[in-house]
Ligand binder design. Structure first.
Ligand code: ACO
Ligand code: KIV
Ligand code: MG
Length: 514
């Protein structure tokens, strides 16, 4: 199998992402992690850009021992000298020169004719070769360059002494067939092409960076340039983790491999995201939070029976612990029962069905249902108190300049439906006054507290109350995604317990599952 060299440009093209600015310490930290990941080459920056970037490239050059360190340079002596200085101390230094070759860039940006481009690049490569054994040359915007001129430029670069010729699809314009064809054409037509390495550098403007890079590999590319998490100019660069995992997952198809330490992928992704401040989208291939998460019942059932039904990569391969079965409204009984067992609950079928119905009801109101939600939901029913009064509906009218008013509908043990309305100092007070009227009980609220059980705007609210009645007191607990409903449930729970204590003196709360 052919080895594909990985050239990481997270610290250069990645840093060109709008809003990203890495200081020296951050660049070194990322470079050392890239070294652990096992990338072959690290482009650490553009030394002529600023004294700060030059110092950062130098710090990376001195810190990293097991990867070639590269500095980017325009085809100008001043830039080349800046790279020479910045790479002092590097174990395996390399300069990356570029000059645009496409008609658009030649005419509007460089204002140069083809001949002038060839001459300037030739001069720069020869000057760089005086100081560097390794010189990479990139015809910028190769993707929109006339193919015959690209062959001419590549031949010139080889003759001038370039050791790598990199083909950038600078603006992410090409599709895989076209990009692959460039490599095939260069391989078939450029004299001396076998003496150098051919490299691909893609951008994701049309979402094809990874596909284009893989097409380049299929047509003879030796090196792929990219970034961790696909960060980079505009829509970003090829995501290195995607290339590494595509090759690792489909060796039968690509017959090529990288020498990356795949187990470091997840950690590297997290570090780059943290230090660049660029969050990884949940659905990002390989490293997104959902890449190994399954929510729907049919998929979860498949995963529980055999993971390969819905996973082509095992998460431990990239350094993650395990796949996640996320409980939500699309989940089924198999995953729910598995979750209960994981959490230490052993329930019979009837209890699972009962809990599952409650879970679905909660899942309709909440994006995802976490362990805390399930525990709270189950334990709400653990204390086996007869339900003398049950909450049917609750309606609250609140305005900051009007008196809060609540209407509650309660079902009594004998089936009687009682509806009452009351005002209060606040919404909760109005609800409690309405409940007092409906239950016809005289109780005193001794304590009220509220906390969030899980996280997010749709978190479950848990309300605790203590009610007192003729020297007896009882606690009540209520749970809901709505805190007013949780308040009403907690109050009624305590009323029911007071009722129970009155009717069965000496009785202790009895714990049972569901
Ligand atoms: C596709 C890519 O990612 S290329 C890399 C892009 N990255 C960056 O540009 C980040 C670092 N850049 C910088 O800090 C600055 O642009 C610098 C320091 C390099 C240059 O700054 P300035 O001297 O102020 O020039 P400015 O950026 O405004 O313009 C670029 C100049 O370089 C020329 N130029 C562009 N590419 C090349 C090249 N490969 N070789 C030689 N000259 C080039 C342009 O034609 C323009 O020249 P002009 O001033 O004669 O018109
Ligand atoms: C410097 C070059 C290789 C580049 O980043 C591009 O063309 O996208
Ligand atoms: Mg680029």
């Amino acid at each position: 199998m052919r080895k594909i060299y990985i050239f990481d440009t997270s610290l250069r093209d990645g840093e060109q992402s709008p809003g990203v600015n890495l200081n020296t310490k951050e660049k070194v930290e990322i470079a050392l992690q890239l070294e652990k990941l096992g990338v072959d080459r690290i482009e650490a920056g553009f030394p002529a850009a600023s004294p700060g970037d030059s110092a950062a490239v130098n710090a990376v050059a001195r810190a990293v021992k097991n990867a070639s360190i590269i500095g980017l340079s325009r085809s100008r002596e001043g830039d080349i000298d800046a790279v020479r200085e910045a790479l002092i101390g590097a174990q395996d230094p390399c300069i990356h020169l570029f000059l645009a070759t496409s008609p658009i860039h030649r005419k509007h940006k460089l204002r140069m004719e083809k001949e002038q481009v060839l001459e300037a690049a030739d001069r720069a490569i020869r000057y760089a070769r005086r100081y560097f054994d390794k010189v990479e040359f990139s015809p910028e915007d190769a993707g929109r360059t006339e193919l015959d001129f690209l062959c001419e430029v590549t031949e010139m670069a080889i003759k001038a002494g370039a050791t790598v010729v990199n083909i950038p699809d600078t603006v992410g314009y090409l599709n895989p067939q076209e990009f692959g064809n460039i490599f095939k054409t260069l391989k078939d037509n450029v004299p001396g092409i076998e003496k150098i390495q051919l490299s691909a550098h893609c951008h994701d403007d049309l979402g094809m960076a990874t596909a284009n890079s893989l097409a380049a590999i299929l047509n003879g590319a030796d090196q792929i340039e990219g970034t961790i998490n696909g960060i980079g100019e505009r829509a970003g660069n090829t995501a290195i983790e995607e290339i590494a995992m595509a090759l690792a997952t489909r060796p039968d198809y690509f017959n090529a491999h990288t020498t990356l330490n795949l187990k470091e992928i997840a950690k590297t992704s997290r570090l780059v995201s943290k230090l660049t401040g660029m969050p990884v989208p949940g659905n990002k291939a390989i490293v997104g939070a959902n890449a190994f998460a399954h929510e729907s019942g049919i998929h979860q059932d498949g995963m529980l029976k055999e993971k390969t039904t819905y996973e082509i990569i095992s998460p431990d391969v990239i350094g993650l612990k395990d796949s996640k079965l996320v409980l939500g409204k699309h989940s089924g009984r198999h995953a729910f029962r598995e979750k209960l067992i994981d959490m230490g609950y052993e329930l019979d079928d009837e209890s699972v069905n009962h809990a599952f119905a409650k879970f679905k009801d909660l899942a309709d109101r909440k994006k995802t249902v976490g362990d805390e939600d399930i525990r709270a939901m189950l334990e709400e029913r653990l204390i086996d108190t007869p339900e003398v009064f049950a909450l049917e509906t609750i309606q609250v009218s609140y305005g900051n300049r009007s008196t809060p008013n609540a209407t509650v509908v309660i079902r009594a043990a004998d089936g009687e439906i009682r509806e009452e309305t009351a005002d209060g100092n606040g919404s909760v007070d109005a609800i409690y006054n309405a409940i007092d009227k409906a239950t016809r009980e005289t109780v005193e609220l001794e304590d009220y507290s509220i906390k969030s059980v899980s996280q997010g705007k749709d978190a479950l609210g848990e309300v605790h109350v203590v009610l007192k009645q003729n020297e007896q007191s009882a606690q009540g607990r209520g749970l809901s995604t709505d805190i007013l409903e949780a308040s009403a449930r907690a109050y009624l729970d305590a009323v029911n317990r007071l009722h129970d204590k009155r009717n069965t003196p000496g009785r202790r709360d009895n714990i049972s599952l569901i």
